[in-house]
Design a protein around this ligand. Structure first.
Ligand SMILES: Cc1ncc(COP(=O)(O)O)c(C=O)c1O
Length: 424
């Protein structure tokens, strides 16, 4: 993959783009929210649709010349409806955070109350953190996971909801390794007369493939990102029952966005088409098997995992018991030295700052896209364990870096010598 045309105009950016292609190929992307899109999605995202203003929706735009934009957006909508079984879908949010903003703006008034999971327990900034718009416009309180089990404690959520009387309850998380019981959240929301927003940003692909319980048809609103476990390029999506369609549509445009990023919507259409093929279910199943293999290896090696394991695409390692003197940040940096890219993460009951943290979060969606199987993920688990056991030992790190290089060569990415990343 080269950027010759960019290079002829702007060598500095071409250098950075080509270096990034190499970085992605030569390292293991284990940030749980990352993935690699196909070359078809890359092509659609860099298409001439970036030139087109298409404010409005298919068939009803504020500008002329939108017939092809209409085709692409309608395909994205129809495919999303088929993938997730939603009555109403909006594919225009620029990101998962914007999708959440659209739902809040459509259904809440400033000062209304939101109950969501605490950020340090696995929630997300857009669920009402004080530094996020939602935390500034709405009154927000947080529930927490049970510190012993690492799981949602529905009795606590219910008690909190009854006391706080929220207008909206947010479920769906950034760092929660377990299945989520959407019905339990919905029952609580119903009982306190609140809306229920289920944010499946991380698990959109797992839900679409049917390997994780779906909140569609259970929660009032479902939002997500389109670039994590579904490989449809960077963006967001909102799903709901038809009755909320008009309110969400106008919360997105004119409420919170201008012209849709039509080239990204083309990427979504193509990525959704790929996800409708039978191989996508195999991909999603393999993602879970790989996370399981990683979890098993780390546990056998003596690491504590929040909640004792995983049901989905990520593991959350709590370093406090096994490695009290290694912070999440130190582990992250030592692993990056050997080509394993993941992030430090807070753990329930965190005492360090979120930037330093006491845990690491590791995901298998991107490795699985490269073709990693359970054996390869066990090897990755071995590499992670070796480095965290010996974060300052340069000999150990050199040995592990060699193993990582071998894995990268065995599972190439955007490789000019092969057919590249094609999902069909
Ligand atoms: C639960 C959750 N919601 C929303 C988002 C935000 O997604 P985006 O980066 O697409 O805005 C994330 C990102 O990781 C997330 O984990």
């Amino acid at each position: 993959m080269n950027y010759d045309t960019v290079r002829s105009v702007d060598p500095a950016v071409a250098d950075a783009l080509e270096a990034e292609v190499d970085r992605q190929g030569d390292t293991l992307a284990m940030i749980a929210s990352e993935n690699h899109v196909s070359e078809a999605v890359l092509e659609a995202q860099s298409s001439v649709l970036t030139n087109k203003y298409a404010e409005g929706y298919p068939g009803s735009r504020y500008y002329g010349g939108c017939e092809h934009a209409d085709t692409v957006e309608q395909l994205a909508i129809d495919r999303a409806k088929e993938l997730w079984g939603a009555e109403y879908v909006n594919v225009q949010p620029h990101s998962g955070s914007q999708a959440n903003m659209a739902v809040y703006t459509a259904m809440l008034e400033p000062g209304d109350k939101i109950l969501s999971l605490d950020l340090t327990h696995g929630g997300h900034l857009s669920h009402g953190h004080p530094k996020n718009f939602a935390g500034q416009v709405y009154e927000v309180e947080n529930y927490e996971v049970d510190e012993e089990s690492g799981r949602i404690d529905f009795d606590e959520v219910r008690a909190h909801a009854e006391e706080f009387d929220p207008d909206m309850i947010v479920s769906g998380f950034s760092a929660y390794p377990r299945e989520v019981q959407w019905e339990e959240f919905q029952a609580i929301a119903d009982d306190v007369d609140a809306y229920h927003l289920s944010d499946i940003a991380h698990i959109t692909g797992l839900v679409a493939a049917g390997v994780h319980e779906s909140p569609v048809g259970v929660a009032d609103f479902v939002t997500g990102s389109t670039h994590k476990t579904i490989r449809a390029g960077r963006g967001g999506i909102v799903m709901a029952d038809e009755e909320y369609g008009d309110a969400i549509d106008s919360a997105i445009i004119p409420g919170t966005q201008g012209g849709p990023l039509m080239h990204n919507i083309a990427g979504k259409a193509v990525g959704f088409q790929e996800a409708l093929q039978p191989h996508f279910e195999e991909y999603a199943e393999q993602t879970l098997k790989n996370a399981q293999a990683l979890a098993d290896h780390l546990q056998d090696h003596g690491f504590s995992l929040v909640s004792g394991g995983t049901d989905n695409h990520l593991v959350l390692v709590d370093l406090r018991d096994s490695h009290p003197n290694v912070t999440g940040k130190e582990a992250e940096e030592a692993l990056e030295d050997v080509g394993i890219v993941l992030n430090a993460n807070t753990v329930p009951g965190e005492t360090r700052s979120p930037f330093v943290a006491s845990g690491i979060r590791a995901g298998t969606p991107a490795l699985t896209t490269r073709g990693f199987d359970e054996d390869a993920c066990e090897t990755v688990g071995h590499c992670i364990a070796e480095v965290i056991d010996n974060p300052d030992d340069e000999d150990v790190k050199a040995e592990v870096a060699e193993i990582v290089t071998g894995l990268c060569e065995e599972f190439p990415l955007y490789d000019d010598d092969t057919e590249g990343l094609v999902f069909e």
